[in-house]
Unconditional design. Sequence first.
Length: 183
Amino acid sequence: MDTITLVSLVMLGLILAAAALLLFQRSQGKTIPLAVILVLALFALGLGAIIGFVHKGEDYQAYQKLAWRDFAPEHIAPLVAQGYTVFVDITSDWCAICQTNKAEVTHREQIVKALMADNIILMQGNWSEANRTIESYMRAEGVPGVPYNKIYGPGAPNGIQLPSKLSISDVLNGLATAKQVNR
């Protein structure tokens, strides 16, 4: 349990104890406004909900386990020929949709687990600054800018271009299709 969680739980306990003490004292005849007790109870409820939301079970740091390689388009075809699936992510630090895709999709634990599967190679190109390799690739793909995600594999040697605004199902379906071995 991390420090923030521990402090939050201690605060929650103190708030609940204070509300219980005030309720007890009110039942003993002390004049304690009910509004004070209600505000404490609502604060405790809100804090409890926040603690529950933060610890709903997903590992929000899972994305740090991903082993991204530098983008090298000349390696894609040979890797696919060896049976690998290659997930390409062309991104930029200033791209709002790119950052949203990371937060809502590629950094989510479910996608991280899928991307860490055997035979998946991750390649990322950051187009925050001029980069001839990325520029040439994007020009050849006929795409003017970021975000750009494409999945290559035995089932899709020419790649599956994903939508600019990613969804979890887009990535999972793309990976499943690209992994399939064509016979």
